[in-house]
Design a protein around this ligand. Sequence first.
Ligand code: PLP
Length: 419
Amino acid sequence: MIPRCNSVFNGLASRRFVSASRPLYKAGTWGPDGTKFDTQLVHACVDPDERTGAILTPLYQSTTFVQESVEKYLAKGYSYSRTNNPTVKVLEDKVASIENGFGSVVTGTGMAATTIVMSTFLKAGDHCVITDSSYGGTNRLCRVQFEKYGIDYSFVDFRDPEVVRAAMIPGRTKLVFSETPTNPTLRLVDLEKIQAIAEEFGAVHCCDTTFATPLMVRPQDWGVDLTMQSLTKFYDGHNLGTGGAVVAKNAELFDQIKLTQNMHGNIMAPQVAFTILQTMKTMHLRVKRQSETATAVAKWLSKHPKVTNVVYPGTTHPQKALADKYHNGVHGGMLWFELNGGAPAGIELMNRIERPWSLCENLGAVESIITACAVMTHANMEVADRLKVGITDGFIRVSCGIEDQDDLIRALERALEHC
Ligand code: PLP
């Protein structure tokens, strides 16, 4: 059975933002009655349009929704698009369903989603334990935005749960923010253990699994309170649009994030929701292909005499056992490596690389991308913090697309001749 997600906005009486409850799926099965993940990606929460039979969700490009009468306010579930929009709502339900959560909010970017989490669960005097290896923008958000509101952060190494436990401050730590695999170092987190620590201290745990995609890891299968996704990456997968999502595991958490979103106006435009509703239907095909290519590229790189430190969770990874426990047999399209010649050689390679590769930011798309994290995605970290977690100037982040793997390897080979 494919989930119908009949969670029409239930704001009639209480004006709360609760979706009708859906049963949570058991870990290991992807849907009620064993409906498989691939089927859900295509069909979950999307029904043919009742009026026309249109197979795709209609794009409701409308700010407001006309009410039949004052008494029947919200009878159809919609009033104003900052609060709820029918196209966006289908995407929210679908993301929640695919991530095995209770409900989700989608936003204009991944950073907007992270901002919702931090604003909802932290206030002046509170403390947050967060990975020291997060996406650079997340790190900057904490330091530059939220610390000035009197919130304290401990940036620690989440590879060791005992380090996380030692950083917790009883009564003050209200949020634990993990990321797995981390951008760009691909460090992994033992989600069960981190969730248990958060619960022990009464904190909410949010995990950013943008790099993993729900194909590999669904934090809510492991009891995690909140999942954060940059939909800009594998969900969109086509460099078409930016987006983010926060998925809550229960109604109470969902109400809180939905309220923050509504207050901030931190929403996704209906056109973007419409696009991601289509692109996410092929996420399983893309991610499986990207994983195969990443495996081939990682294996080839590790045999190259000029290459050192190839890290990919499917081949050589210092936390391979965790990758095997959590990754559902697929290890994703992301890997990184460095060259024996250090930063100058790495920079030379990134400058020389030719099509099918592109030197740019973003990841998870059909185009293969090489990123110089030190000057692009993680330039906004303090240099010492960046180097501490291993993001050197010659660090090369690779996002495998869906091109032919031989063509990708040949282009790498040509560039490496000059390094
Ligand atoms: N989280 C991770 C792991 C990311 O890689 C990124 C962006 O690269 C973000 C969050 C932020 O997402 P966005 O760029 O959509 O705001």
